[in-house]
Ligand binder design. Sequence first.
Ligand code: SF4
Length: 502
Amino acid sequence: MASPFVHASAAVPSRTVGQSLLQIVPSTACLHCDICCRFPEADSFLRPFFTADEIRSAVRAGVASEMFPDAEGTQIELVPNPSGEGCLCPAFDPATSQCRMYDVRPLDCRLYPFALMWDASHTEVLLGWDTKCPYMRDLSSAPIEQAAEGTARWIEEDATLEILARYPRLIGRFQDDVMVLRPLTRVTERLRQGRLPVRMQPLTIADRRRLESALAESSGVQPLPLAAASFVFHYIWRHRLTYAWADLHGHLCLFADSPDGIFMVLPPLGTGPLVEPVAAAFRVMRERNGASSVTRIDNVPEASVAELRAGGYVVTAREPDYLYAAADLVELAGDAYRSPRAACNRFVREHGGVCEPYDLRDRPACLSLFREWSEQKERAGKDDWAKVLLEDAAGAHEAALSAYDELGLTGAVVRVQGRIRAYTMGVWLNQSVFCVLLEVADRDMVGAGAFIFREFCRQARDKGACWINTMDDSGLPSLARAKHWYRPARLLANYTVTEPRR
Ligand code: SF4
C-alpha cells in the first residue's frame, strides 16, 4: 500500500516477521529515485499503515507519537514537503533520501514495490507490483516473477496471515496501476473466516437507476430529501473516493473507500426496518477498517434518527441542507429579498445576459470559466479548507459537465455578448424538490451569480418544483452567509451515525 524507500544494503531487521523478506530494488536505485516516501496529498491512501507493534518501534526510533492517530494501528500522518510540493513520511529524511527508521520500518514498506490489494470487487486478495516504481518498470518479467514467488510464500506463512487478519487495512484497495502477479488464496481464505459474506460491487453509471429506485422507495429519505439522496451527488466525486455498493438484508448499501477506510455515504436504502441492514453494514465496515474512526454512516435524514437511536447508535448532527420555497427564489419579492433582487436587476441592466439550457458543446467554455473563477477566488483570498474544496471541485465540475445527460443533470448557462459568464447544474430529488448542485459565475460581473440562480430556479419552478435544495454550507462562513441571503424556508437536518464506544 505504501510507497516506501527501500535499500537492500541496510541492516537486517530485528523483528520476526519480515526477516526473510528480500528486497528486489537495490539501494543504489532507491537513492536516485524521488518517488517513494513522498505523497501528493496529506491524506494519500498510499501512506504506510503501521500495526500497534510497529507504532511502538517507530516511536522508539524517534517518530513523534502524534504522527499515529490510533495507537492500535493506523496510517501514519504525513508532513508538508519543506522543499517541494506534496507531503513526506515523517520518518523520511529528505537531506539523505533515507528512512530514519529503516531497520524497523513497517511491513507495508518492507513489501514495496510489491503490493497487497483487493481485486476490484473486493472478493480476492492479490499480489502485484507498483508500476510507479521506475526500477521495476525497467526489469524483465523473470526476476519479478522469481521475487514474487518468494514474497507470496512469505506472505502466506501462518505468522504473516495472522498479522493480516488482525490488520486488514494492510491490504490496499484495487489500483489499476498495480500490475497483478497472482491471487493470494490463503490470505483471502483467512480474511474470510468468520466474516460476513458480502459481495461489494463497484458503483458505475449503470447503477444509477438501481440507486434511484432504492432512494425512491426509502420512506426515511422522502418527501424532502437531502441533496445526498441522489446518484450524481456522489458519482461526480469519484476522483476523490471509490464507491461500491452491496445488498445487505434487501437494502442497497452505498460505501465510499477513503484513505482511512470505508464508510457509508447514505443509510441503507430500501423498504422496512433499518436495524438489520445497519448492523450488517457496521460489521462490514469494522471488518474492513479495524478500529478506524472512519466507520460511520453519513447523510442520515431526520426521519431515521429515532429508529437508530433506539437501536443504541450514536447520532450526531452535521451541517444541514438549505431548503427554499421555489416561488420565493423566482419572485424575489419584498424587503427580505431586496439585495438579491438588486443584484439581478443590475446584471440585467449592465449586461443583459440570456439564460439558456446547457449543451455539451458548452463544456470547453464552462471549464475555462471554472479556471477563471478559481483564479478570482484565489485572488480574493481563501482559508485552507475553502482551498481544498476548490481543488476538489475541479474534478466534480469536469465530471458533471462531461456526462450531464447520463447523470440525469439539468444545466443552464448565461451568455453575455455570446460568451458564457455563468453556468449551473442541478438534479431532481423527487417530483417537487430540485437540487442545485453546482454554480459558477464570473465574479467580476456583479449579479451574474444571482441572475443565473434566479433563472435556473424559475426553470425548475415552471417544471413543477415547489422546493429548491442548495446543499449544505460545508462549514464555510462565507457560504453560509450567501445561503442565508436567500432566506431558507427550512434547514434540513442531516446526521452522522456511529456505533457506541465499546
Ligand atoms: S517508514 Fe520509512 S520506508 Fe516507510 S514510507 Fe516512511 S520513510 Fe519511507
